[in-house]
Structure formats: C-alpha cells, structure tokens
Design a protein around this ligand. Structure first.
Ligand code: GDP
Ligand code: MN
Length: 392
C-alpha cells in the first residue's frame, strides 16, 4: 500500500522524525482554518499518490489564511497525471537552505535494505539516476542493522557542518526504525531539508508498506483509501488473491504466480492481450474461484466499452485440486446464470486443467455441460479466438 504524504508524515512523527505541523483539508474553508491555526506562511500540497506534484502546480506557498483558501481551491480543482486532487495538506512552511534526497528501499536483488542519499534533492530522483548516477550514494544496511557511526559517515561528506551531520544522522536512524518496524518496502524523503535556521527536517514523505505484514498493523486499515482502489483490487485483497488489472481483453484465472506469468506470455505470443494477472494461489478452494470470476467480471464492467471478452482458466493441479476448481467454476456459473441476473457471466469461458484429480474435475464440468482441454497451448489459442468472436 502506498501512503499519502500526510499519512507518511504522521508515521514519521510517531518515530520522532522532525516534520512541520500540518493537517489535511478537503475544502478551501478547512484549508483557511488550518492556516489560521498554524500562524505564518504555510505550504498547500495536493495529496495524490504520485510524484512531481510541485511541477504540476500541486504545491504552493500561502502567506495568509485567505491566500491559503485561494491556493487550496486552485489545487483542489487540479487533476495531476490523471488523479483528481480530493485533499490537500496544509503545513507550516520551511525556509529552505539546502535540499537533499534520502530513502531506504528494499533491494530485492541483494535481499537487503538500501540507503540512497543525494545532495540533489527536490528534483525527481529518477532523473538524477539517469543523468548523473554518480551523485547518488548507495549503502546497503547489513543484517545486524544500522549503526549511528555509519549514519554519520554517510552525511559527513555532504553536509560538513557537524550540527547538521548530527541531526541528519539521527533522522536517518529514525527513518531506519520506520522502515524496519513499519514493515516498509520504501521510506523516502525528498526533499530532506536544512532550514535557514540550521534544522534538518523531512519536508515530504513517500512510504510504501508491505501488504504481507498487514496482520500486525491494525492502523493500516484506517489508512487505506477506498477511492485509490478499484472494487476488484479490494475484493482480491480481502479474499487473499494476487490480482493486477491490465489493459487487455482476456481474463486469466491461474494457480501460481509463475504459471500466471507464463500464461500471460503465451497469450501475448499468440497476439492476444491479457486483461489481468490473477493468481488464485497454491491451495485453492471453490470460494476463491468464485471470487476470482467476480473480480474479473466486475472490473470489466467498471470500464466503459472496453472490457474482458473471454476468460481463460489455466490450472495445473498440484496442491491445488482440479476438482475443487471445477466445483468453483460450476458453482459460480450457477449462481450467476440466467437472463437478467446481475453479474451474469456474459463472456465465453475456456478451461484448461491438468494434474491432481483431473478426471474428477472433467466429470464435474461435463455434468454441467462444460469442456476442458489439457493443453495450455490449445487453451490459449482457443481463448484468443473466442475473444475475437465477441463483437466490441
Ligand atoms: P513533489 O514534487 O510531489 O515531490 O512534492 P514536494 O513535497 O517534494 O514539494 C516539491 C517542492 O516544493 C520541494 O522540492 C520544495 O522545493 C518546495 N516546497 C515544499 N514544501 C516547501 C516549504 O515548506 N517551503 C518552501 N519554501 N518550499 C517548499
Ligand atoms: Mn517530493
């Protein structure tokens, strides 16, 4: 889950990272009230889950509460990279002397957290990485954790002034606590600033938490923003399915991430476009299959005009039993068939299954008037043909 900046700032503050006080507003009136209570210059910032808000006009300074009202109104009318701005953060503004970049990110290849630090803060780090990669300092965090002297050594060459180095190193130790105890895959501060009074503070917060750790973070549920999630994504998360919506028209229900990727590759190979990645998992049950079908069809309907035109089940029975999957298919078709039934499956289904309890599965399907192939190649070609038959 990606956190909004104001949520990231709350998390930072809880771990003792210096941030300037602020609150989130949904209307210009609220923004004016918050600005009045903060006293002095404030910064109004669009709360959308995308970078580059500054360049898009989503970050503005306001010197009076009335100006805060106007700037908030303007920003609340913006759509930044396709995302409508529904809320703004109104925070006390900083006087910036220097802008740095600091992040801790999971390096999946090295299987270690990676600290990234750069004197080129404020600009998009992707650009720095592309144009002047030597300006990014990278240090992996060893398994035993980060030590204070290591944090100081990182900032020493960049900041020089001992008071700044001490504050920045202390902040990095706290950011490490955020990353580790908060189960983050990214904790990024851009810009990390030195103010004109010589304070080191986090002026932005970009945090991604690892959904697999949700069971030990009750507070995450309140952070989740339903408007940032499609109905399908929400249902998938609640039912424990891995689901990613894509732009194509062939729905895929597959067991196992590797097989799901191979299925998508083969669909592309034969000129089709997958509508989604969906892994129903290793040990499946009929309910998961029903949920999978509902997710694919509901997300298809959510789109105007363009949607799923055919669905492929690709099941390699191992721990997953083919008969369980077959029962799930039959049950969900029974529950959603008949004229006028909302949610009725309107698109053709192609079933490929092989492996554990295949014969039992075939019998269950045949009794319901459904056929299945054992060949993945055949199944993929069949589903592409079916998708092309359905008129747009
Ligand atoms: P982003 O562009 O979406 O990453 O949004 P940021 O929060 O990083 O803000 C973009 C830029 O706005 C920063 O790099 C700063 O230059 C500027 N900015 C943000 N907050 C303040 C502030 O409190 N005071 C001043 N003077 N500038 C700010
Ligand atoms: Mn930023």
């Amino acid at each position: 889950m990606n956190l909004h900046e104001y949520q990231g700032r709350e998390l930072f503050a809880r771990f003792g990272i210096p941030v300037l006080p602020g609150q989130v507003a949904g209307t210009p009136e609220e923004a004016r009230d918050i600005a009045a209570s903060l006293d002095g210059t404030v910064v109004i910032k669009a709360q959308v889950l995308i970078g580059g808000r500054g360049k898009a006009g989503g970050v503005k300074l306001a010197h009076t509460p009335d100006e805060a009202f106007e700037k908030a109104r303007d920003i609340l009318n913006l759509t930044i990279k396709g995302l409508p701005v529904r809320r703004v953060l109104v925070a006390r503004a900083a006087e910036i002397a220097r802008e740095l970049y600091l992040a801790i990110v999971l390096d999946r290849a090295k299987k270690l957290p990676l600290i990234m630090l750069s004197a080129e803060g404020g600009v998009e780090i992707e650009q720095v990485a592309r144009d002047t990669p030597e300006k990014i300092i990278r240090r992996h965090v060893p398994l035993e954790g980060l030590r204070a002297y290591q944090a100081r050594a990182l900032f020493q060459p960049l900041l020089k002034d001992g008071r700044h180095v001490a504050q920045a190193a202390d902040l990095l130790m706290k950011l490490w606590n955020v990353y580790r105890d908060g189960d983050c895959s990214l904790a990024e501060i851009n810009p990390l600033v030195v103010t004109s009074e010589g304070r080191v503070i986090a002026l932005d917060a970009k945090v991604i938490v690892d959904d697999s750790a949700e069971f030990r973070h009750r507070e995450w549920e309140s952070w989740r923003d339903p408007s940032d999630e499609t109905p399908g994504a929400r249902k998938a998360r609640e039912r424990g399915l891995s689901y990613v919506k894509l732009d194509g028209d062939i729905g895929c229900v597959v067991n196992g991430a590797g097989l799901a990727m191979a299925t998508m590759d083969l669909i592309k190979h034969y000129g089709g476009e997958p509508a989604n990645f969906l892994d129903i998992g290793g040990s499946s049950n009929p309910e998961k299959v029903t949920a999978a079908l509902e997710i694919i069809t509901s997300d298809a309907r959510a789109e105007d005009g363009q949607g799923v035109r055919a669905i492929l089940f690709n099941i390699f029975g191992g721990i997953t039993r083919c008969d369980d999957v077959a029962r799930g298919i039959v049950a969900s078709l029974a529950a959603t068939s008949g004229p006028g039934v909302p949610g009725a499956l309107q698109v053709p289904l192609v079933i490929r299954l092989t492996g554990t309890n295949e014969a039992a599965a075939r019998k269950i399907l045949a009794d319901a008037g459904l056929a299945a192939t054992t060949s993945m190649d055949e199944g993929v070609r069949a589903v592409i043909a079916k998708a092309q038959e359905v008129p747009v």
